[in-house]
Design a protein around this ligand. Sequence first.
Ligand SMILES: Cc1cc2nc3c(=O)[nH]c(=O)nc-3n(C[C@H](O)[C@H](O)[C@H](O)COP(=O)(O)O)c2cc1C
Length: 335
Amino acid sequence: MVKLHLLIPPGFAHQLADLFFSIYSSAIGNKKPPEWNSVHWKNLYFPNPLSPAGGVDKSAKHLKAWWALGAGFIEVGTVTPLPQKKNPGSTLKRNIKEQALWNHLGFPGEGLEKVQKRLKELQDFHPTPIFANIGKNRNTQNEKAEEDYIQCISSLYPYVDAFVINISSPNTKGLGELAQPKRLKTLLQAIFKALHSTEKNKKPFFIKWSPDLKEDEFLQSLDIALECGAEGHIICNTSTQREINNIFPNYGGISGAPLANISKKRLKLTNKHLGIERKNQLLISVGGILKPEDVFERLNMGADLVQTYSALVFQGPFFLQKVFQYQTKTAKPDK
Ligand SMILES: Cc1cc2nc3c(=O)[nH]c(=O)nc-3n(C[C@H](O)[C@H](O)[C@H](O)COP(=O)(O)O)c2cc1C
């Protein structure tokens, strides 16, 4: 069946989606997501393990809509301290046949102040964990990156349950350098200090990893992240590898079907490498999840939670409900 929204150019479809969500959010009221395959992790309860991926709700505009649509948790962002526009030129493309997306957005968003205000308004209705995915503004020099991350942590700390440190978007120049072992240590030590300076109830931080780090580099950085107190890993962000798909420009990040195998391979590698630490860590799989079956494949491969961006584009925002229905149909009856 032809999906009508896929006939609209991607940039315009994005704007229409924003309008749809604004109307839907105000019409829906406070609706809780369904419970299936719920997850308890430390002091957090996830009614189900599926959510829209980072970048879907960059400025925390549509959380109520996502809960009503079935999200078991929400990752707001990537949030940067100052508002910023998308990168110049073409920034979004999709290839329907290949079920692939390309973006060169570069953290467009309304900035920390607006996000903080919106999250504050949700303090009384917060039916799932909320993560804040944080990054640096494009004009912040890498040497000063810590300041941006810490500013985001200080402002959002009371309103979110965990932080996702984005060091993996290919669309902010130099961001990936922060994932290099030596640089990562300095960044994460500063983040750990900021999170543990005053409050008694410490909030965890997770890392969003790039699939483009070489395997040995990734494992080295993973060890450093553990040493510095990271308690979760989101695997993975978009890829700049063009062997997986060369129909898009040679810059920017690829998502969707071409990312599936890389993402699964990294999930397996991480699961294995964590060893005895695995039980304390939260593992979130994202990349190429396009069908309900894919969700359960990742859970069976060892992910605690799963996310998707591309399925929400190709299948539409009711994908989360489709997964819930699929789960209900295939669930084994109690003995
Ligand atoms: C248009 C677009 C914007 C994105 N923006 C962000 C972002 O702001 N922060 C982030 O961590 N990931 C961002 N991502 C990456 C997704 O969260 C996800 O890691 C990636 O798309 C792979 O998942 P998928 O194959 O389900 O799309 C973005 C992806 C797309 C396609």
